[in-house]
Design a protein around this ligand. Structure first.
Ligand SMILES: Nc1ncnc2c1ncn2[C@@H]1O[C@H](COP(=O)(O)OP(=O)(O)O)[C@@H](O)[C@H]1O
Ligand SMILES: [Mg+2]
Length: 149
């Protein structure tokens, strides 16, 4: 399977990547973010939302799923504290509601993820450097990567 390794030299690079992927968005797009605390997942989600015309995307420890209205609906999930709640959240229902879903800490719900999705793994190298490993699952996501990377 093809994967892309990109180095983000500072926060602006991560914001630009999010904007580029946003420009290729489609209904029911699912983007899964993986990586330690402080690696840049929320920076990515916020920049993606901003590009969709949504200000104020934030991670909240209280709301696992937040819904925003932009050019398309955005479902931002931070499943860090999901524990045994996954079943009750009805996460799968969001994947075909016509919006874009962005999931932080997606490894915690890996059994619930759709087969077709974009995986982005964030690795912290130093204060401002992140290595991102991007893996498209499915043709639509392969095309997105082919177009923007
Ligand atoms: N290249 C980079 N990409 C993304 N964030 C970066 C980068 N360099 C430094 N940062 C900083 O790292 C932090 C990432 O925080 P955040 O996005 O909330 O992490 P997470 O959601 O993964 O816990 C922010 O303070 C951001 O300014
Ligand atoms: Mg976060």
């Amino acid at each position: 399977m093809e994967e892309y390794k990109l180095t983000m030299h500072d926060e602006r690079d991560t914001i630009e990547l999010a904007q580029n992927i946003e420009s290729e968005k489609f209904p029911n797009m699912v983007i899964c973010l993986y990586g330690d605390l402080g690696s840049g997942k929320t920076v990515f989600a916020k920049a993606f939302g901003h590009a969709m015309g949504i200000d104020g995307v934030t991670s909240s420890t209280f709301n696992i799923i937040k819904e925003y209205n932009g050019e398309l609906p955005l479902y931002h999930m931070d499943v860090y504290r999901v524990d045994n709640n996954v079943e009750n959240l009805g996460i799968e229902e969001y994947f075909d509601k016509g919006g874009v879903t962005i999931i932080e800490w997606a490894d915690l719900i890996k059994d619930y993820l759709p087969e077709e999705r974009l995986d982005i793994r964030f690795k912290v190298i130093d204060e401002n450097t992140r290595v991102l490993v991007i893996t498209p699952h499915g043709e639509k996501y392969e095309n997105v990567c082919g177009d923007i990377i």
